[in-house]
Structures are given as structure tokens and as C-alpha cells.
Design a protein around this ligand. Structure first.
Ligand SMILES: Nc1ncnc2c1ncn2[C@@H]1O[C@H](COP(=O)(O)OP(=O)(O)O)[C@@H](O)[C@H]1O
Ligand SMILES: [Mg+2]
Length: 437
């Protein structure tokens, strides 16, 4: 691939060379034409410089100036020659008057002839001589153009090189960076054309930097959250090891199991969250029937609901509603919402999953008649590891963070509200209609 400098040089120069060649051809023809006219004018002037009646026999007898290029002859009214400038090259007297061309001894002549009542004056010039001068004059007039080409090439090379300097500067600025230097590039001294590139690079640096910060926070949070249950596990294990009482040992081991299960759940949720955070738009590539998804998730959780005697229902009113999405992510998202609804609704409660079609959007809704969440806390429940106090349930605090990730990935919005009865909670995930098929 050629450099921009080379491309500009070649492009501009080829255009200019073609133009200059055309101008040269035009100039050459024009100069030849003008010179030709000038020669004709001179011939006419020579003829007119003779007196109207030359009676004297002034004919030179020998050619004293062999370099003479023009033959001037005068005949009197009886057609006898009274003057010739060059006896060695005498031309016959022609009947034609004015300008005309003849061939004498295989040489072409340009003749001008005028006649009055007393005499005929005829001037002849070798066409070859005229052409020699014409061509040399025309060629000399082209010299400025020939000097123009290398001068322009040099000028373009220098100017383009200068204009591209910011690009080289940007390349150096980026090349010198270490992998963790994500501060923005100094925007001073860049041309307006370069600004979009510099701004995009800066925006990219900013995004990469924030995502790295998020990752760091995530790892720190995860390590912190894992440390507590693991430390508790170890304590529990020490207790079981030390005890001699069989009953105490049994209940200790049972608690150990519970704690282990919680730790496993936490790790599973962490893994899911990490995997969901890694997904990108390209994974949103399947047609998903929301009613079907709702039925699947409800059946996944039917046992859990039965255990608490919770009425878990699905309301999808017949019509199939399809969105573009990632099936695993959507199932995990709805699963987390239903899991929460069952978990945070007391025994004999009621949980409903519904799919509602509106003019601008499609809404996936999970409602329950459980303990609900005070309005002040509703913003925070989507934060990682955030759990409301006093629910009496165990959990990781990651479920709704996963829900947020999946919703963001699908450009869906989440709203939390409470039923008209005031008891319980409604999660509504609203997908934009333009993503419908
Ligand atoms: N349907 C609900 N009803 C009442 N509280 C809820 C409901 N869903 C979530 N919450 C509250 O939001 C908190 C965060 O939920 P989540 O992120 O799923 O974490 P986890 O369920 O592991 O605690 C829960 O601890 C709970 O207090
Ligand atoms: Mg949860």
C-alpha cells in the first residue's frame, strides 16, 4: 500500500503532467502559428519597402552574402528583371499574387508578390528556414513549463509531508505508551481533520479505563464476599473436629453443608455475572418467544414454589411475542426474578409472570405479593452484593446485578413498582418494539 504522501504526489502530479502536456501542445501550435504570421508580415513589408517604379538595373551579379535566406526580385512592366537580391537563387516570375507556396528544385518556398502598373515585386523564403526558426522558438517557449513539473513535485512532497506531521506525532504518542497508560492524548496541535480520530481514541481510552476499573472493583468485591463465607466454613469445620458429642457433630456437619451450598451458590452467581458481562451485541442473535420463555422458567421453579405453597402462574394471553435476544441470558434473567419473587414472598403467597404487548414495547413482568422493598432501597438492590436487611433468606446479592446486565445487553429498561394493593413487588423489563420482528 502506498503512503498518503505518495498517493497525493502521484495523483496530483499525473493530473498536472497531463494538463501541462496539453498546455505545451497548445502553446507549441500557437507559437508556430504566430511566428508563421510574423514571417508573412515581414515578407509583405519587404515587398512594400521597394519604390513604386524601379528603373535602375540594380541586380547584384554575385551572391556576396551566402547566408541570405530571402530572395527579392523586381520585374518591370515588360517582365524583364530589374532587381534580384540573390542571383544564385533566382526564382521564376509567377502569375499569382499575394501569398502562395511553390516547389523549386525539390524545395518548398513561401512567396509573396505584388504588382502595380509599373512593376512586379516578388519575395520568396525557404519554408524549411521558416520552420527551423518556428520550431526552435516554439520549443524555447516550453521551457518554463518543463521547469514547473519538478518544482511542483517538490512543493507537493514538502507541503504534504508537513501536513501529515500530526499523524506521525499521533503514532509516536501512541507507540510510546505503556500498556496501562490510559490517560487521554493531549489534543493541542492537531488539525481539525485529525480531531475526530484523536477524540475517538481518547473516548476509547476512557471506556477501556472504566471497564478495567470496574473489573478491578469486581475482583476486589468478589474476593471480599468470598472471604467471609469461607472463613465461616473453616470455623464450622474446626468446631465439628473438636466436638465429641455425636448429636452436635451431626448438626455441625449439616450446617457445614448449608454453608458450603451457599458458597457454591455465590461462586455460581459470580461466574454467571462474569459470563454475562462478557457478552456483546453479537450474541443477541436469536428469535426468542417470550411466552415460551415465561412458561419454561415457571416450570423450572414450580417445585420451589410448591415447597412454599406459592401459587406460581403464567399469563401470556395466547399471542406469540418474539424478540431478538440471547436465550441463555434471558432465561437466567427471568429465573433470577422468579427466584427472588418466590424467595421473598412468604408461604401461601402468589407469584405471576406475564408478557404484555404495548404500542412501543413488550413488557416481561414478574409480580408477587410478598414483603416488597421500601422505595428508598429500590435503587440500590441492583448493586452487586447488595442485600436488604431482615429478609431472613440467604443469597449472594448478585441476582439483580445479573438481571441489569442482561437487560442492558438487550437495550431493555427495568422498572420496579408495587401492586395497587400495596403489598408485594413488580419487576417490569421493557424491550423496545424496534427490536421486534
Ligand atoms: N421480589 C422481591 N421482593 C422483595 N425483596 C426483593 C425481591 N427481589 C429482590 N429483593 C431484595 O433485593 C435484594 C437483592 O436481590 P438479589 O440481587 O437477587 O440478591 P439475593 O437474592 O442474592 O439477595 C435481595 O436481597 C432482596 O432483599
Ligand atoms: Mg436473588
Amino acid at each position: 500500500m502506498r503512503t498518503i504522501r505518495q498517493q497525493l504526489l502521484i495523483g496530483l502530479m499525473s493530473g498536472m503532467v497531463v494538463t501541462i502536456i496539453a498546455v505545451c501542445i497548445g502553446t507549441y501550435m500557437k507559437v508556430r502559428h504566430e511566428t508563421n504570421e510574423l514571417f508573412d508580415y515581414q515578407l509583405k513589408q519587404i515587398v512594400r519597402s521597394f519604390p513604386a517604379n524601379m528603373t535602375l538595373q540594380q541586380t547584384e551579379t554575385a551572391d556576396k552574402h551566402p547566408g541570405k535566406k530571402i530572395v527579392v526580385q523586381v520585374w518591370d512592366k515588360y517582365r524583364s528583371m530589374v532587381f534580384t537580391s540573390n542571383p544564385a537563387r533566382n526564382l521564376p516570375l509567377y502569375d499569382k499574387r499575394g501569398f502562395f507556396e511553390v516547389q523549386v528544385a525539390e524545395k518548398n518556398w513561401r512567396i509573396y508578390s505584388e504588382e502595380n502598373s509599373q512593376q512586379v515585386v516578388q519575395v520568396g523564403q525557404l519554408i524549411l528556414d521558416r520552420e527551423k526558426i518556428e520550431i526552435s522558438l516554439a520549443l524555447r517557449s516550453l521551457i518554463p513549463f518543463l521547469i514547473l513539473i519538478p518544482t511542483l513535485a517538490l512543493l507537493i512532497w514538502i507541503v504534504v509531508g508537513r501536513s501529515l506531521q500530526p499523524l506521525t506525532r499521533l503514532a509516536t504518542a501512541l507507540g510510546e505508551r505503556s500498556a496501562d497508560a490510559l490517560h487521554s492524548i493531549d489534543t493541542n496541535g492537531y488539525t481539525p481533520e485529525m480531531m475526530p480520530i484523536v477524540n475517538s481514541i481518547n473516548a476509547l481510552f476512557f471506556r477501556v479505563d472504566s471497564s478495567i476499573q470496574l473489573q478491578k472493583m469486581f475482583v476486589a468485591d468478589a474476593a471480599h464476599e468470598l472471604r467471609t463465607p469461607l472463613a465461616a466454613l473453616k470455623l464450622q469445620l474446626q468446631l465439628v473436629e473438636r466436638t465429641t458429642d455425636e448429636e452436635e457433630r451431626k448438626s455441625g456437619i449439616k450446617k457445614l453443608h448449608e454453608r458450603l451450598n451457599r458458597a457454591i451458590h455465590l461462586v455460581q452467581q459470580l461466574l454467571i455475572l462474569a459470563r454475562q458481562s462478557d457478552l456483546d451485541e453479537q450474541k443477541i442473535d436469536q428469535n426468542i418467544s417470550l411466552p415460551k420463555l415465561a412458561r419454561q422458567v415457571v416450570s423450572d421453579f414450580s417445585l420451589l414454589a410448591e415447597n412454599k405453597n406459592i401459587d406460581l402462574g403464567v399469563d401470556v394471553n395466547g399471542e406469540d411475542i418474539v424478540i431478538r435476544g440471547n436465550p441463555d441470558s434471558l432465561r437466567i434473567m427471568l429465573g433470577n426474578l422468579v427466584d427472588n419473587a418466590i424467595r421473598y414472598t412468604p408461604k401461601d403467597g402468589c407469584v405471576d409472570v406475564s408478557v404484555i404487548k404495548e404500542s412501543q414495547s413488550v413488557i416481561l413482568r414478574v409480580s408477587d405479593n410478598g414483603m416488597g422493598i421500601p422505595i428508598v432501597e429500590r435503587e440500590r438492590i441492583f448493586d452487586r452484593f447488595y442485600r436488604c436487611e431482615g429478609s431472613g433468606e440467604s443469597g449472594s446479592g448478585l441476582g439483580l446485578a445479573i438481571v441489569t446486565n442482561v437487560a442492558d445487553l438487550h437495550h431493555a429498561t427495568i422498572t420496579v413498582s408495587e401492586p395497587i394493593t400495596g403489598k408485594g413487588l413488580i419487576f417490569a423489563i421493557s424491550f423496545q418494539t424496534f427490536e421486534l420482528l
